[in-house]
Write a protein that binds this ligand. Structure first.
Ligand SMILES: Cc1ncc(COP(=O)(O)O)c(C=O)c1O
Length: 392
């Protein structure tokens, strides 16, 4: 054979010998073949387990999906190219055979709000936003809209509100609506499926990946939603690539170590900044005076209230910008869940598309900074925050 042929084939497709790799390799292959046509046909027809074409399933992504299903106590999971693709997938699968109407939390991640408002609504899905911490308001909205599904977050972004899940679930069940929960802020701390959620969503870009080097998402669910998720996942095509799956899977292995550190550091930042003269208000779910402290106690383990803190800096936007510009160790950046402590000004970033009045109604003041506390030493984090607050 000529080099044009041999170089395309040499070295590839070696069967594994009597060894098994300790961690899942990056399966960079868009399709898979079998020894016989009969086997391939059986795999295509689901009579045999296996892979055919990477959009229908890639071994690296499948390994991550098994891992996240274990994390969430789910029967199955589907990995997606971003958290937004996961939000989209869950909604599409959830609404497949249901009334095309949604009641959504009014303080969801900005991208999720935009998806509901600017994409799904124009497509004809009825969308109503509502404060899930106000159960009477939620009940009224659900009675009126008769939604196919409700969607909310365990800890809302950026005001860190926590709804009473038991009661939210009661409302969903009484009205035959699915409950979709975005657990991006609290993996391992909260297990929404155990509390009655129908599907759990993650932006794996955050704590699951954990190192700020990958964009990914996952939806986890019980078996009864397997077929609709599978159908929507393979048709929408927002699959996760094998390299990204490898990175997220590696991240999830250290999630318990990292999550504890994020939470403990966040708690110490809360204590360290309490009473600081440049801070008008601190928002932290484990603050005993947090408006949802009963719901927090039911949802999260004691003292482990996630890694995010809201700091309302005195002086409005000017004070917040001065503080952010003086940070050295802490980086002003739009993500969270990284080893690096990150700071964000929601009014200029994730929630800039809301009117000033809408932001004020949600408690997103011009001075509010969201801190996503990293895994550095607490002394260094606090020193940087304190020196930057001098400027505010
Ligand atoms: C709670 C939440 N859900 C979903 C997303 C979207 O995730 P991604 O940026 O990975 O698409 C984010 C992103 O910040 C988020 O914070």
């Amino acid at each position: 054979m000529k080099p044009q042929t041999t170089l395309v084939h040499a070295g590839d497709r070696q069967k594994l010998g009597q060894y098994t790799p300790v961690s899942t390799p990056i399966y960079a292959s868009s399709s898979f073949f079998y020894d016989t046509m009969e086997e391939l046909a059986d795999v295509f027809a689901d009579r045999l387990p296996g892979k055919t074409y990477a959009r229908m399933g890639n071994p690296s992504a499948s390994a991550l999906e098994d891992q996240v299903a274990t994390l969430e106590g789910a029967d199955l999971a589907y990995a997606t190219a971003s958290g937004m693709a996961a939000v989209h997938l869950a909604i599409m699968a959830g609404l497949l055979d249901r009334r095309q109407a949604i009641v959504a939390g009014n303080v969801l991640y900005g991208g999720s709000l935009e998806l509901l408002r600017s994409v799904l609504r124009p497509w004809g899905v009825e969308v109503r936003f509502c404060d899930f911490c106000d159960i009477d308001a939620l009940q009224a909205a659900v009675r009126e809209v008769r939604p196919g599904l409700l969607i909310t977050e365990t800890i809302s972004n950026p005001c860190l509100r926590v709804a009473d899940f038991e009661r939210v679930k009661e409302v969903a069940t009484a009205n035959d609506a699915l409950l979709l929960v975005d657990n991006t802020f609290t993996p391992l701390l909260a297990r929404p499926l155990e509390l009655g959620a129908d599907m759990v969503i993650h932006s794996a870009t955050k704590y699951l990946g954990g190192h700020g080097d990958v964009l990914a998402g996952v939806v986890a669910a019980p078996e009864k939603y397997g077929e609709s998720l599978r159908q929507a996942h393979r048709c929408l095509g927002g699959n996760l690539g094998p390299f990204e799956a490898f990175l997220v899977m590696r991240g999830v292995k250290t999630l318990p170590l990292r999550m504890r550190r994020h939470c403990v550091n966040a708690h110490m930042v809360f204590e360290g900044l309490t009473g600081h003269p440049a801070v008008e208000r601190l928002i932290y779910p484990a603050d005993p005076s947090h408006p949802d402290s009963d719901a927090v106690a039911k949802l999260l383990p004691p003292g482990l209230a996630g890694g995010t803190i809201g700091v309302d800096v005195r002086g409005g936007q000017e004070g917040a910008y001065a503080f952010l510009d003086r940070l050295r160790l802490v980086k002003t950046s739009a993500s969270l869940g990284d080893l690096t402590t990150l700071a964000l000004h929601p009014a200029s970033a994730t929630h800039r598309m809301l009117s000033a009045e809408a932001r004020a109604e949600l408690g997103i003041t011009d001075g509010l900074v969201r801190l996503a506390i990293g895994a550095e030493h607490i002394d260094d984090i606090l020193a940087d925050l304190r020196q930057a607050l001098e400027a505010a």
